[in-house]
Design a protein. Structure first.
Length: 129
């Protein structure tokens, strides 16, 4: 937490305050859990779930959305890739983080990144030396 602010670790935040006299170092992000996602139900409920998170979080906040409550690939293709959600994500100044919390990490991460590239596009920056 000396170098990065994002954390929900309250004991570490207290230690930073006590040791370095630096209060309030940790900053959490708006993050959802599976129980929140599934409470909206599958299908149209998943769009309602994302809309609710974007409505409730500040427009500059980082929003971390769990995507694997039902089917990660379907969620990215049909929820995140829907015109409504895609446009909302593109227009907001804050970042949206999509979390595939299950599956084989190398496989699901690559699959999700490829789907997001299809939806939003991407660019490659030159490495600084």
């Amino acid at each position: 937490m000396l170098h990065f602010r994002s954390s929900d670790n309250l004991p570490a935040d207290k230690a930073i305050a006590d040791i370095y006299n630096f209060k309030g170092r940790s900053v959490s992000v708006w993050a959802t859990e599976h129980s929140v996602a599934t409470s909206y139900g599958p299908g149209r409920g998943e769009i309602d779930y994302v809309n609710a998170q974007l409505d409730r979080a500040g427009e500059n906040d980082i929003v971390s959305i769990v995507i694997d409550s039902y089917d990660s690939v379907n969620f990215v293709k049909n929820v995140i890739g829907s015109d409504q959600i895609k446009n909302r994500i593109e227009k907001r100044p804050g970042r949206v983080v999509l979390r595939p919390d299950s599956g084989e990490p190398q496989e699901i991460d690559e699959q999700v990144l490829n789907l997001l590239d299809d939806i939003f596009g991407s660019s490659v920056k030159q490495k600084r030396v």
